[in-house]
Design a protein around this ligand. Structure first.
Ligand code: SF4
Length: 65
């Protein structure tokens, strides 16, 4: 799994950071994906974060995509 953000959509409201703080972080009001390829134990939290984003700015690419 790989997760990417579309910065043209992201409003930096930190909801994904709350959902998966080991993967997402805010750096000077810009969302940064600290671990674009999350470890397997974080995948569930990442999927929850992606579903929680009100701007639909996050996208998951499965292996092989
Ligand atoms: S939840 Fe969505 S809009 Fe909010 S910081 Fe994360 S990617 Fe950006």
């Amino acid at each position: 799994m790989k997760v990417v953000v579309d910065h043209t959509l992201c409003e930096a409201n930190a909801l994904c950071v709350e959902a998966a703080p080991h993967v997402f972080e805010l750096d000077e009001d810009v969302l940064r994906i600290a671990r674009p390829v999350p470890p397997s134990e974080q995948e569930r939290a990442v999927r929850f974060a992606v579903a929680s984003c009100p701007k639909q700015a996050l996208r998951v690419m499965e292996s092989g995509q």
